[in-house]
Design a protein around this ligand. Sequence first.
Ligand SMILES: Nc1ncnc2c1ncn2[C@@H]1O[C@H](COP(=O)(O)OP(=O)(O)O)[C@@H](O)[C@H]1O
Ligand SMILES: [Mg+2]
Length: 180
Amino acid sequence: MAGPLHGPGRPAGPRVPLTEQQRDALSGPSFAVPTAADMHALGRRIAGVLRAGDLLVLTGPLGAGKTALVQGIGAGLQVRGTVVSPTFVIARVHRGPLPLVHVDAYRLGSLDEVDDLDLDVDTADAVTAVEWGAGLVEQLADARLEIAIARAEDSEQRTVRLFPHGADWAGRAARIAQLG
Ligand SMILES: Nc1ncnc2c1ncn2[C@@H]1O[C@H](COP(=O)(O)OP(=O)(O)O)[C@@H](O)[C@H]1O
Ligand SMILES: [Mg+2]
């Protein structure tokens, strides 16, 4: 099956984590997100640039707001069903004009396993949003938009940074910023 999760083979060998500076150089736009409602609105904005076959990888600690953002994306895509934390299942499919596959990758060994889950939708025909632990994404070869969410120490504010990887993600990340 030729889905978005089957990119070219991953380079061999252990991965060294990027330094802060190297990571900054890869960063696309970032957003200050004061409230959960603002996170939902940002999700709806992101939904405006999505199309079939897209892979979104959300990173950030537990409680960062990854699921909150996917809820906004689901609202923007007008999919059916409530987007909830996929903690007790590995993946949930939400039907709609453009279906949404919502995956909890904390429970997966690798993204390739998503295509082995026997979902009743092909990821080439859907948007796949994966909640992922920080650090692991550097192993991915696939074209994707990484969405990194950081929490403030002293407020509810979150900072969302977009990291475009491959395909036309840099241009689409810029469009998300312009939509604001
Ligand atoms: N600025 C904000 N952005 C996103 N979520 C926020 C914000 N402020 C408070 N919250 C709350 O933080 C929680 C985030 O939880 P969740 O989205 O499940 O995180 P994760 O999926 O990253 O573990 C929610 O209860 C949400 O209402
Ligand atoms: Mg979550």
